[in-house]
Design a protein. Structure first.
Length: 289
């Protein structure tokens, strides 16, 4: 049941067996706490590493939701969203850390840009490099070439175009979608689109919710004046091959969900073939390591 208190911001963390990252994430949120009224909610997906106990013991002001099993990213976020009461929602991975004033800057931008439904900050990798966390909805040809070539030649022009690798990141700009590792969502916009699609267990749910935002007329913005550190993979702990299988399943579902009533549905057999090639190439690459 949701807290009756109203906040400007609800910060939601989905946790699954990432105790050390989770601690650093929460510590950073309090170290660089926003100046607005906020709450932190941790939705734990039946972790077995003591994550829930860590939160309960060390962070009494954090609201803890313990799921009886691993429900996946979308479902766990939705449970937390339903139990929150705020104008904005910051979904952040447990393997992320925020920087000073980042959250404040994001909320201020949202307040000043009423047509923005989702925004994503500049995300940095563990080594300090910039993560290509904002992307476009690729054409089917570009998507297919990216899928096939990514493991063979990761710097190919199709992947670079899909990831907006050659686009400057010094000013805010509209993008098709931003990474779900950290995204700020306006609740009004989410009420318009509906919650995250729980048929995505993991991966592509961020692409889909941004797709729904654009369909409803809400903007998706990349905002570089807020920065977040993301230790990629720290919150999943899955093997490369199993992650690839799950990713391709999610991509296939996205295609069927959003294009089944258009002429693009005739491309479904080709999509299945290309996604299968991607899984095979990931398997081969993993064997050669």
């Amino acid at each position: 049941m949701a807290d009756n208190s109203f906040f400007i911001l609800s910060i939601i963390i989905v946790s699954y067996n990432s105790i050390s990252y989770l601690k650093e994430c929460i510590d950073s949120l309090y170290r660089f706490r926003p100046r607005f009224d906020f709450e932190i909610i941790v939705a734990d997906n039946a972790s077995t590493d003591g994550s829930a106990e860590l939160v309960r013991k060390n962070y009494p002001s954090v609201r803890l939701i313990i799921n009886e099993k691993n429900l996946g990213f979308s479902a766990a976020n939705n449970i937390a969203i339903k139990n929150s009461n705020s104008k904005y929602l910051l979904l952040i991975n447990s393997d992320c850390e925020v920087f000073e004033k980042s959250i404040d800057n994001m909320v201020i931008f949202m307040e000043q840009n009423i047509h923005t439904g989702i925004m994503g900050p500049k995300i940095k990798n563990t080594d300090g490099s910039i993560q290509l966390s904002c992307r476009q909805f690729p054409s089917f040809f570009d998507a297919g070439m990216h899928t096939i070539l990514h493991n063979i030649a990761p710097d190919n022009r199709f992947t670079r175009r899909y990831k907006l690798a050659d686009v400057g990141r010094n000013e805010p700009f509209e993008v098709d979608w931003v990474s779900g590792s950290c995204m700020l969502i306006k609740r009004e916009a989410l009420n318009d689109t509906g919650l995250m699609d729980e048929r995505y267990f993991m991966y592509v749910e961020d692409t889909d919710i941004c797709f729904q935002m654009w369909k409803k007329g809400w903007k998706v913005i990349y905002y570089p004046f807020a920065q977040v550190l993301h230790h990629i993979g720290g919150s999943t702990g899955r093997s490369r091959v199993s992650s690839s299988v799950r990713m391709q399943k999610s991509v296939l579902y996205f295609f069927r969900k959003n294009y089944r009533k258009t002429w693009r549905v005739i491309l479904l057999p080709i999509v299945v073939l290309v996604l299968g090639i991607r899984i095979f190439l990931t398997f081969i690459k993993n064997l050669l390591k």
